[in-house]
Design a protein around this ligand. Structure first.
Ligand SMILES: Nc1ncnc2c1ncn2[C@@H]1O[C@H](COP(=O)(O)OP(=O)(O)OP(=O)(O)O)[C@@H](O)[C@H]1O
Ligand SMILES: [Mg+2]
Length: 266
């Protein structure tokens, strides 16, 4: 039903961590599409223990899809299915593994990203599985077709002055390329008041916020061993609430929520 793209400016606010934390508690089937053109972090981060154990393969993913579909007129969900992997330890999660680095991303090429966007839109539109895309930092290599197919574009932002500055640059990059009504903010490693302040400064709706929880976050960013009670941690609880909110808004066709800019934590 929904394709939700998470992106950011510089300063690594926690976009990938958010995508993985959300996927781990997503209430429906979910495909995590790692489309960070700087190099995918999902497989070498959150899923690295399962990569090391040989459950997942790094060479099956964005690049293999782009290569295999290079003579096709467009991208389809069926084709994409050949390049996604079921993440057995995380129930209902599928992975489209990312590229190794920027050089590999370049060989995906613009038409390759275009076919991928078509395929992701088809998967998201079929209604059985939602798609969470990690688009990485916005910049020269950004896969714009993928952002174009998203029902909601979520910009990760930290509450610091530096974090807000980075998000402002990211929002400017989106301006004119992505419908503003689909763009909202996700406060990362922030308190609610900081996140609200950031949203006010950026004049965009705050969709949700994830608290500063280094130990729990390291599970999703680096595949660190899960601390005790991870499922009840503030981060995972906030991720559940965030998933529900994103889904509701994406299904409403109103991903950006209230247009007040101060955001609404419902
Ligand atoms: N909610 C959080 N609480 C505490 N630490 C966090 C949180 N979210 C992310 N982090 C930490 O911030 C660092 C950067 O996270 P992450 O790799 O997800 O950022 P990113 O925005 O994807 O960066 P990049 O632009 O390089 O892809 C990691 O060390 C991660 O553990
Ligand atoms: Mg990242």
């Amino acid at each position: 039903v929904a394709v939700i793209a998470v992106t950011s400016g510089k300063a690594a606010p926690g976009a990938t961590t958010a995508v993985c934390a959300l996927a781990s508690v997503w209430p429906r089937g979910v495909l995590v599409a790692d489309c960070d053109p700087g190099g995918g972090d999902v497989l070498v981060g959150w899923l690295s223990p399962w990569l090391a154990e040989g459950w997942l393969r790094a060479e099956v993913g964005v690049l293999s899809f782009a290569t295999a579909s290079r003579y096709a007129a467009g991208g389809t969900g069926e084709q994409l299915g050949l390049h996604t992997q079921h993440v057995y330890p995380a129930r209902g999660v599928w992975l489209l593994a990312g590229v190794r680095d920027a050089a590999q991303a370049a060989s995906v090429t613009e038409p390759g990203w275009g076919r991928l966007a078509e395929a992701l839109a088809e998967v998201g539109g079929e209604g059985e599985v939602d798609v969470l895309v990690d688009v990485g930092r916005l910049g020269a290599g950004t896969p714009w077709p993928v952002l174009g197919c998203a029902d909601a574009v979520v910009v990760a932002v930290r509450g610091s002055i530096r974090g807000v500055a980075a998000a402002r640059t990211a929002l400017r990059a989106l301006d004119g390329r992505v419908d503003t009504a689909r763009v909202g903010l996700l406060g990362c490693a922030t308190r609610l008041d900081q996140a609200r302040q950031a949203a006010r400064a950026l004049d965009r709706p705050l969709l949700a916020e994830l608290p500063d929880q280094p130990a729990a976050a390291a599970v999703f960013s680096d595949g660190a061993p899960a601390p005790r009670g991870l499922g009840r941690s503030l981060l995972v609880r906030a991720a559940r609430a965030t998933a529900d909110r994103l889904l509701t808004r994406a299904l409403d066709g109103q991903p950006s929520g209230a247009a007040t800019g101060t955001g609404g934590s419902r």
